[in-house]
Design a protein around this ligand. Structure first.
Ligand code: BEZ
Length: 235
């Protein structure tokens, strides 16, 4: 088997740069998204059912992501004309969970040479040497990768979870907090762990704006409205 050279960008790395052709014109990535959040995601192939259901779901949620200042960019190792034909078919024929006549307005990158897919570690030969896995890269307004999620070929993504991750990242940045297991906007958030004995003591004595179960586990309230007021349409 021919060896596939692929790099695996990590959380905290600058997003690898590339130029590409998409269904919405030329793209210079991540430069074109400077100042905005962007989700770059790959799918295995056009004209496949799981990918079709995913594209329809993402297209339906595009405005919600846009309100949180996050744009969407898709990629598969198919060509431009295949992408165009597939997106037209989705709009004309496919109905999924009540969604129909869905128009995919975000760009879909053509990557026949797999150049971009390999740069982003989307070709994982144990799963497939010819199709990209379902990768999702969350990239912040400074072009830094902040979260990476991978799904295999045969499991469709949960887009509510992807939205939740975006809002959690933005909440964490805006309010200097962390988000606990299964957090949703409106749930209590985690106050960063005390980094000194003095702060640990203060935490245990503070009963005003946080609840400390022990010096390292403190939570506080953060209203959903406050979060969305702060982050919607802002960086
Ligand atoms: C799909 O999107 O349906 C699919 C693509 C590649 C392998 C398996 C399923």
């Amino acid at each position: 088997m021919e060896e596939i050279i692929t790099s695996m960008p990590r959380i905290g790395d600058p997003a690898p740069e590339f130029k590409a052709i998409t269904t919405q014109g030329n793209l210079n990535f991540p430069k074109d998204y400077s100042g905005s959040w962007v989700i770059l995601f790959s799918h295995p192939a056009d004209f496949t059912p799981v990918c079709t259901s995913e594209f329809m779901t993402f297209a339906k949620l595009e405005d919600e992501f846009a309100e949180a200042n996050c744009k969407l960019v898709g990629l598969s190792v198919d060509g431009l004309y295949s992408h165009i034909a597939w997106l037209r078919t989705i709009k004309e024929k496919i109905i999924y969970k009540g969604m129909k006549e869905v128009e995919v307005k975000f760009p879909l990158i053509e990557d026949i040479t797999m150049e971009v897919a390999k740069k982003y570690g989307m070709i994982q030969p144990g799963e497939s040497a010819t199709k990209a896995v379902r990768a999702v890269f969350f990239i912040d307004p400074k072009g830094i990768i902040r979260t990476i999620v991978y799904y295999p070929l045969n499991v469709g993504r949960n887009f509510e979870e992807l939205y939740r991750v975006l809002i959690a990242l933005r909440t964490s940045d805006a309010f200097g907090v962390a988000t606990p297991a299964d957090w949703k906007p409106g749930d209590d958030v985690i106050v960063p762990t005390a980094g000194s004995c003095g702060v640990a003591k203060e935490r245990m004595e503070n009963t005003v704006d946080m609840t400390c179960y022990d010096w390292f586990f403190c939570t506080k309230k953060l209203e959903k409205e406050k979060i969305f007021e702060e982050i919607l349409m802002k960086n």
